[in-house]
Design a protein around this ligand. Structure first.
Ligand code: NAP
Length: 489
C-alpha cells in the first residue's frame, strides 16, 4: 500500500484520541477485497480507552462551542483543503481497503470534502427566530445550541463521505465528535484524522476509535456525556443502537438501508433509460444504499429495455479497482459474494430469467459477476431485500398505479428514481412514492445542500442541508420578560 502513496504518513494504524495516536490491546488485519492481501493492521482499543475518548471530547466541548463560528469554520476549511490536496492518496487508500475503482474513490473524496465546505459556510447562517409575543411585555426568541459530544458510527461502502457528512455538521455547529468507522475500512477514517491533526484541531474535538463494534457502541451509548448518536449502516444494527441509546435518551439520527425503485415512464426513450438505470444500479459494485434495486419498465417497452440493458452491460469490466480499465470492483467480502449468489439462485428458482451475466474471469472469492434478471416478482429476495451487489432485477408493469404501489411495497423508503417526460405522471410519482428522496431524470441527487435521508425503516433524521444541523443541536426557547419595576420604560 505504502508504495502507492506520495504521503505515507497518511497511513495510521493507531486510533486517534485527544490528539494522540493510541495503541490498543491488540491489532486486527484489514484485507484488500480485490486480492485478500493484508493491507495493514489496526489497533483494537479497550473499554477504558473509549472512556478516555468520551472524557476528552466532553472536555473539548465548551472551548469548541465558545469559538466564534468563523473560527470553527476556518478549521473546517483547512481540513477541506488538506483533504483535496491529498485526494489521490486518500483515493488509493480507499481502493485498497474498500475495493471500489480509483475513479469512484477520487469522486468520493471530492464528494466527502464538499460537505465540509458546505457546513463551514452554512454554520454562519444557523439562525434562530424571533417570535411575535403572546405574553405582555416579553420578547420571545429561539437560539440553536450545539448538543454536546456526538458519536458517529459509519459503514464501509463510503468510507470517507459517510464520515464527513456527519462530522462536518457536528463540528461546524460546535460539537466534538467520536468517529467509529467500519472495521473493513478504518484507514480512510484514520487518514482523515491525520489531516485534521495537521490542521490544528484542538485536543478532543475530533477522535477516531477502532476496535470491537459491539463494545464501542455499548460504551458510547451508555455514556451520559454522549448526547447524540448518528449512525449509517444496516437497518438491523440501527434498531439495536436505537435500543441502546434509549437508556440515556440520546438524540439519534439513523441513515439505514434502502431498496430503491427505478420507474421508467412509458414516454421515456429506452436508450436513455438504460443508461440511467445502469448508473443507478452499478456504482460501487451495487453496494450503495441508493442503488436501483427494482427496475420497473412499461410492458410494451420491456423486451427492448432488456435487450439494450444486456448490451450495455457488456461494457462493464470487472477487476481490481486500481486497474484504470476496470469499471466494477469486488464486493466487500466473500460472504457478500455468496449472498449475491443466493439472491440470484432464489430468483431463478422462483421463475426469474437470467438475461445476461458477466462472462469474464473473476479473480477472487469477493468478486461477483454483474447479472441481469428479468421477470422479478414480489416473492423473490432480490425484490424484498436490499441487494447490495451488482444484480439488476427488472419487472414489467401495466399501469403507473401498479408501478407506484409495487415500488412502495417494501419496508424501506430511502430513495426512488423516475425517468420520463409526462409531467402528470411525474407528479403522481413525486407525490405517490413513499421515499425520503425522489429523483426525476437525474441519477445524481446527493450533495451538501440537500436533506439526505429516508422514511419508514430507512431511517430517522436528515444529513446535509440546513436540516443536517438538527441532529447535532437543540433549539432553545428564550422568553425575556420585564419585571414590574421596569415597566413603563
Ligand atoms: P453495518 O453492518 O450495520 O455496520 C455499520 C457500522 O455499524 C459499522 O461501523 C459496524 O462496525 C457497526 N456495527 C456492526 N455491528 C454492530 C453491532 N452489533 N453493534 C454496534 N455496531 C455495530 O452496515 P455495513 O454493512 O457497514 O453498511 C451497509 C449498510 O449501510 C447498508 O444497509 C446500507 O444501505 C447502509 N447505508 C446507508 C446509507 C444511508 O445514507 N442511508 C449510506 C451508506 C450505507 P464493524 O464494521 O466494526 O462491524
Amino acid at each position: 500500500m505504502m508504495a502507492l502513496l506520495d504521503d505515507v504518513r497518511l497511513v495510521r494504524n493507531h486510533a486517534y484520541i485527544n490528539k494522540k495516536w493510541e495503541c490498543g490491546d491488540d491489532f486486527q488485519a484489514v484485507e484488500n477485497p480485490a486480492n485478500n492481501q493484508v493491507v495493514g493492521y489496526v489497533s483494537q482499543l479497550n473499554k477504558a480507552q473509549i472512556q478516555q475518548a468520551i472524557e476528552g471530547a466532553e472536555g473539548a466541548f465548551q472551548p469548541w462551542r465558545k469559538l466564534s463560528v468563523e473560527q470553527r469554520s476556518e478549521y473546517l476549511l483547512r481540513w477541506h483543503d488538506a483533504i483535496l490536496n491529498a485526494q489521490k492518496d486518500l483515493a488509493y487508500l480507499m481502493v485498497v481497503e474498500q475495493g471500489k475503482t480509483l475513479a469512484e474513490a477520487m469522486g468520493e473524496i471530492e464528494y466527502g470534502a464538499s460537505f465540509i465546505r458546505w457546513f463551514a459556510e452554512e454554520a454562519k447562517r444557523s439562525y434562530g427566530h424571533t417570535i411575535p409575543s403572546h405574553i405582555q411585555d416579553a420578547q420571545l426568541s429561539t437560539v440553536r445550541e450545539p448538543i454536546g459530544v456526538a458519536a458517529l458510527i459509519t459503514p464501509w461502502n463510503f468510507p470517507n463521505a459517510m464520515i464527513t457528512r456527519k462530522a462536518a455538521a457536528a463540528l461546524a455547529i460546535g460539537c466534538p465528535v467520536i468517529i467509529k468507522p467500519a472495521s473493513d475500512t478504518p484507514f480512510s477514517a484514520l487518514a482523515l484524522a491525520e489531516l485534521a491533526d495537521r490542521c490544528g484541531f484542538p485536543s478532543g474535538v475530533l477522535n477516531v476509535v477502532t476496535g470491537d463494534a459491539a463494545m464501542i457502541s455499548e460504551t458510547l451509548c451508555a455514556a451520559p456525556q454522549v448526547k447524540a448518536l448518528s449512525f449509517t449502516g444496516s437497518t438491523a444494527v440501527g434498531k439495536l443502537l436505537l435500543k441502546q441509546a434509549a437508556e440515556t435518551v440520546k438524540k439519534c439520527s439513523m441513515e439505514l438501508g434502502g431498496n430503491a425503485p427505478f420507474i421508467m415512464l412509458d414516454d421515456m426513450d429506452v436508450e436513455q433509460a438504460v443508461s440511467a438505470a445502469m448508473a443507478a444500479k452499478f456504482q460501487t459494485s451495487g453496494q450503495d444504499c441508493l442503488a436501483a434495486n427494482r427496475i420497473f419498465v412499461p410492458r410494451h417497452l420491456y423486451q427492448d429495455f432488456l435487450t439494450q440493458f444486456a448490451q450495455a452491460m457488456k461494457s462493464i469490466v470487472v477487476g481490481n479497482g486500481l486497474d484504470p480499465n476496470v469499471t466494477l470492483g469486488p464486493l466487500i467480502s466473500a460472504k457478500a459474494a455468496k449472498q449475491a449468489q443466493h439472491l440470484v439462485d432464489d430468483a431463478l428458482t422462483k421463475g426469474a430469467r437470467l438475461i445476461h451475466q458477466y462472462p469474464g474471469h473473476l479473480t477472487g472469492p469477493n468478486f461477483f459477476a454483474p447479472t441481469l434478471l428479468a421477470d422479478v416478482t414480489p416473492d423473490m429476495a432480490v425484490y424484498q431485500e436490499e441487494n447490495f451487489c451488482p444484480v439488476a432485477g427488472v419487472l414489467p408493469y401495466d399501469t403507473l398505479e401498479q408501478a407506484i404501489e409495487m415500488s412502495n411495497d417494501t419496508e424501506y423508503g430511502l430513495a426512488a428514481y423516475v425517468y420520463g417526460h409526462n409531467i402528470h405522471d411525474i407528479w403522481r410519482c413525486l407525490r405517490g412514492l413513499e421515499f425520503g428522496m425522489v429523483s426525476v431524470n437525474s441519477v445524481k441527487m446527493t450533495g451538501g445542500p440537500i436533506p439526505f435521508g429516508g422514511v419508514k425503516q430507512s431511517g430517522l433524521g436528515r444529513e446535509g442541508s440546513c436540516h443536517g444541523f438538527d441532529e447535532f443541536s437543540e433549539i432553545k426557547y428564550c422568553c425575556l420578560g420585564q419585571l414590574p419595576s421596569a415597566s413603563g420604560c
